[in-house]
Design a protein around this ligand. Structure first.
Ligand code: NAD
Length: 295
């Protein structure tokens, strides 16, 4: 494989383009929003500079990585030479189904189609294409250039050869692939989200405060970040929607989002991205202050 197209140039799309370009692949980064493409190239440049500062990359390697990336606002044109398309657009099922139909029509018949979705069924996405055996989940972690894991999700129809090819490819990128089957939340979120929900329940029930809950999980379980801070980082709206996917997908009330999480999302408190969640965030400041509401 040499030519890879990435659909969606947001947080994950720019990271995915970065690691493929740095590994020598020709990358076409596609987004409906031209300004987002410009921003993505700026972020990739900044992140490559950070690697140079750390001594893990040379200026020549940076220039060749950047030269490997082309941008495109038209999906059909952007996937016509791709051997692999990785979709990393907004987490919305109808949008993803629309994108996969478009890509299926425009990409060569042998092209593998992957989704970076955190929670949407790969089997459902595959079912809208004429090549379900070539559709797979390739779930990178944020930030992509730093995090080693790629959770690879086999849809119901994914061919064994396709899984093997994506496992090999992930290793070529310097990542550690883990293969799982397509059920709600896959493995990463099926285990992580109930832990986050339980931390929110513990706060809601008054068992402990924000700092105590996060410190216990950090120091007691050697987690680099407490579950409430991690929820703020992921986005409380995202946590809420993934818990609903688990709740509806398994039909089990143990996954129902905590009423406190629901209230916070309805009130627009999404965590880092909105400036307030369990903690408050001020641009330019690294201080972690518990939100007034929970002091
Ligand atoms: P994001 O909002 O930062 O970026 C999404 C991008 O998709 C935007 O630039 C948007 O313009 C673009 N887009 C929307 N419609 C499009 C279309 N029709 N064609 C092309 N581009 C389109 O989102 P993100 O955080 O990068 O998430 C992307 C995917 O990755 C989601 O499926 C999400 O669940 C998954 N994911 C996110 C994280 C994370 O921590 N952010 C981690 C793992 C997986």
């Amino acid at each position: 494989m040499k030519n890879v197209s990435v659909v969606g140039a947001g947080t994950m799309g720019n990271g995915i383009a970065h690691v493929f370009a740095q590994s020598g692949f020709t990358v076409t980064l596609i987004d409906v929003n031209a300004a987002q493409l410009e921003k993505a190239i700026q972020i990739i440049t900044k992140n490559l500079d950070r690697q140079i500062a750390k001594g893990t990359l040379t200026e020549t390697q940076k220039q060749s990585a950047l030269a490997n990336i082309n941008t495109q606002t038209d999906i059909a044109a952007g996937v016509q030479n791709a051997e692999l398309v990785i979709e990393a657009a907004t987490e919305n099922v109808d949008l993803k189904l629309k994108i996969f139909k478009q890509v299926d029509e425009a990409a060569p018949a042998s092209t593998i189609l992957a989704s970076n979705t955190s929670s949407i069924s790969i089997t459902k996405i595959a079912a809208v294409t004429k090549r379900p055996q070539l559709v797979i989940g390739m779930h990178f972690m944020n930030p992509v250039p730093v995090m080693k894991l790629v959770e690879i999700i086999n849809g119901y129809a994914t061919a064994k050869e396709v899984t093997a090819a994506i496992v090999d490819l992930s290793k070529q990128l310097g990542k550690v692939p883990c293969v799982v089957n397509d059920f709600p939340g896959f493995i990463a979120n099926k285990i992580l989200m109930p832990m986050i929900n339980e931390a929110i329940y513990s706060l809601y029930e008054g068992i402990a405060g924000v700092e105590a809950i996060d410190t216990i999980m950090k120091l007691g379980m050697a987690h680099p970040m407490g579950p409430l801070q991690l929820a703020d980082f992921i986005g409380l709206d995202v946590c809420h929607s993934i818990l609903n996917v688990l709740y509806e997908g398994f039909g089990n009330p143990k996954y129902a989002p905590c009423p406190l999480l629901v209230n916070m999302v309805v009130a627009g408190k999404f965590g880092v991205k909105s400036g307030e969640g369990f903690y408050t965030y001020t641009a330019g400041s690294k201080d972690l202050l518990v939100s007034e509401r929970f002091r």
